[in-house]
Write a protein that binds this ligand. Sequence first.
Ligand SMILES: [Zn+2]
Length: 370
Amino acid sequence: MTIAKAYKVRLYPTKTQQELMIKTFGCTRFVYNKALHICQETYRTSKRPVFYGELSRMLTFWKTTTELSFLKAVDKFALQNSLRDLCQGFTNMKHGAGYPKYKSKHDHHDSYKTQFTNNNIAVDNTYIKLPKLGHIRYRDKKTPQGKIRNVTISRTPSGKYYASVCVETEDVRELPMTGNQIGIDLGIKGFCAMSNHEKVENPRFLNKTLQQIQKLQRELSRKSKGSSNWEKNRIRLARLYEKATNQKRDFLEKLSTRIVSENDVICIEDLHVSGMVKNYNLAQSILSASWYEFVAKLIYKAKWYGKTVIKVNRFYPSSQLCSACGHKNPLVKDLSIREWICPVCGISHDRDINASTNILNEGLRQLEVV
Ligand SMILES: [Zn+2]
């Protein structure tokens, strides 16, 4: 349900920013033409194509030479994308397009594309942050919303600057109102429990990855630092962390989308997790820490789809109250009690489901007060 969307906004760069942009247009053109020449020569002499990987390595080398060190001054993603463009041009030939042409300064197609990595690009209401250029003022009725993928910067022959911001966003039309409301309690054993009596377990595949991480960490601590085996394990460990992070993100993404699509009002605890995670195992602590991430996703998706998230005060005794009669049972403070029977009304409770029902009731009460 994610879709790509582009926002084109007018940029108002400073004199210095304009100079750097023009320089970048020139450098991307230069790199493109130089690579095209290499592709032609290579084909002429050895009858073989040159692929992106090889061109990219050449680019890295060019930057180290004195004559071409000026390439270092501009956005590296712009240069890489210029090479990708060329390769795409060769691919397009297979589908009937013509042989890629050299780019001239005089065609007035001044543009380059940069990539989102490590928050190098950001947008607020008035500024867009771009690699090497810093914050550039822009003006448009709409602020680009969503996860930024790439930005194409261009200049018209008349000297106007634009940024086309490509974002990944979710399709709004797919989520109708359902009339449902839900309370969610962060689980102590599983991931969370919900007032519709559903319990969401921690994903098993993630637990497996986390176990592998623990095992590898133990092995790593036994190997001597810097040895080739140590190095190998270190890389494997880094990959496993990455895998665990991706699995976690994927899990949170799917769960939050499902909850927001199934419910109109979502009540959650406003939790400070830091105190809770101390004594858990690694798997549990990573997942508990992801509660914030989960809540953030719920909030932005709810906002996006016109649904409501209500945070219930963390000092509200959601676990101790009987959701049927309101009796407060302090004995339930003991975390090891998973099930209990209300001494007043006699109803038996699952600890977490009862808590989530209380969170829902308290959230709805807050909603009415507002
Ligand atoms: Zn009761």
